[in-house]
Design a protein around this ligand. Structure first.
Ligand SMILES: [Zn+2]
Length: 82
């Protein structure tokens, strides 16, 4: 299972399989876990990806999730109610 992380500061993206938390390799910022699944991400075209990155870079920290979801779905961790 792969997860997509987006840097809200410099818009860098990274796919990981094991890490739960990531720092951006470019700017050191905590990367946000992308809401959509890796398999959906790779089906997006470039402009759709840019749109998604734009949303993440214009969202307040408190509304982002910096941990990838656990295998067991955890809605608290995903910050839906923050
Ligand atoms: Zn960055």
């Amino acid at each position: 299972m792969m997860y997509v992380f987006i840097c809200p500061k410099c818009a860098k993206t990274r796919m990981v399989s094991l890490q739960r938390q990531l720092s951006c390799s470019a700017c050191g910022r905590s990367m946000a876990n992308c809401e959509i699944d890796f398999t959906d991400w790779i089906r997006l075209d470039e402009s759709q990806r840019q749109k998604m990155i734009y949303v993440y870079s214009h969202t307040e920290d408190k509304n982002l999730c910096f941990f990838r979801p656990m295998p067991v779905y955890n809605r608290w961790e995903r910050n839906y109610f923050c």
